[in-house]
Design a binder for this molecule. Structure first.
Ligand SMILES: Nc1ncnc2c1ncn2[C@@H]1O[C@H](COP(=O)(O)OP(=O)(O)OP(=O)(O)O)[C@@H](O)[C@H]1O
Ligand SMILES: [Mg+2]
Length: 255
């Protein structure tokens, strides 16, 4: 946390559409951020710099992991890339489109059609079966019944749970629930898969299996994948690892 004087406080950038200037974009990039900042004003004069100027490029089809201590801004970064939240300033390009200053409706469209999410606690709907959970994004995206059913079946098969389709989440193991969540995240065939500590609730072996699945699907389906983890072995399963500290990227290593 940082205490600011009034003069410094006035320097906090405002979120305006006018900030979105055309950029020289990398044609091979799926995700590009430029000087991305997210500041939270806690009380008068106290702000938290959750993201403090992150510029990164993730190529199409690449699988990268993001590591760093608690509070270093990993989830905040994923939320910006996943169109779950808007930055204080800076830009986020997804496949050449600046999403940083989109309105709610536009961001909802991005989330439904372009981005798949996997969370630490699976976030499955408890009263729906595995099949219905996987089908849900297609319902929200208004897809016809025939397409929904074909895809839900196909993606449950892809994660090896074709024989568990009528099970409720409470009838599945943690690893199986997370595999359902992987199928649900990918069923819309998103350009990007965003995973925030997908193995946080799983034992080491099961966690490895889930990430191996994510890795295999990345090779097969070519969705660009960005995964936050605290586990170095899990992080090393990605092609590249970015390290964050105090809202900044400070290192990038090839695995
Ligand atoms: N809505 C909010 N209001 C105020 N501060 C916030 C808010 N969201 C996040 N922060 C702060 O921003 C910083 C970064 O948070 P973030 O959740 O991105 O960290 P993280 O790297 O994902 O940590 P962890 O590994 O514990 O999940 C933290 O100091 C956090 O307290
Ligand atoms: Mg987090």
């Amino acid at each position: 946390m940082v205490k600011l004087k009034k003069k410094e406080r006035d320097k906090i950038p405002a979120t305006t559409r006018e900030e979105a200037r055309p950029r020289e974009l990398d044609p091979d990039a799926m995700i590009q951020t430029f000087d991305l900042k997210k500041y939270y004003q806690i009380t008068e004069g106290i702000i938290v710099k959750a993201l403090d100027g992150v510029s990164l490029t993730v190529k199409k089809g690449e699988f990268i992991s993001v590591m760093g201590p608690s509070g270093s801004g990993k989830t905040t970064l994923l939320n910006m890339i996943g169109a779950l939240d808007t930055p204080t300033s800076g830009e986020v390009y997804i496949n050449g489109i600046n999403i940083a200053h989109m309105n709610d409706e536009e961001r909802t469209y991005m989330r439904l059609n372009k981005i798949g999410f996997i969370f630490q606690f699976y976030n499955l709907v408890p009263v729906l079966t595995a099949f219905e959970n996987v089908e849900l994004p297609l319902v929200f995206a208004d897809k016809p019944k025939e397409e929904r059913e074909e895809k839900a079946h196909r993606f449950l098969d892809l994660v090896g749970l074709g024989d568990r389709k009528d099970f409720l989440p409470s009838e599945l193991s943690g690893g199986e629930q997370q595999r359902v969540a992987v199928a649900r995240a990918l069923v819309n065939e998103p350009a990007i898969l965003v995973a925030d500590e997908p193995t946080g609730e799983l034992d080491t072996v099961t966690g490895m299996q889930v990430v191996r699945l994510i890795q295999e699907l990345n090779e097969k389906l070519k969705q660009t994948t960005i995964m936050v983890t605290h586990d170095p072995d899990i992080g090393a399963m990605a092609k590249k690892t970015l390290r964050m500290r105090d809202g900044k990227l400070f290192d990038s290593v090839l695995n």
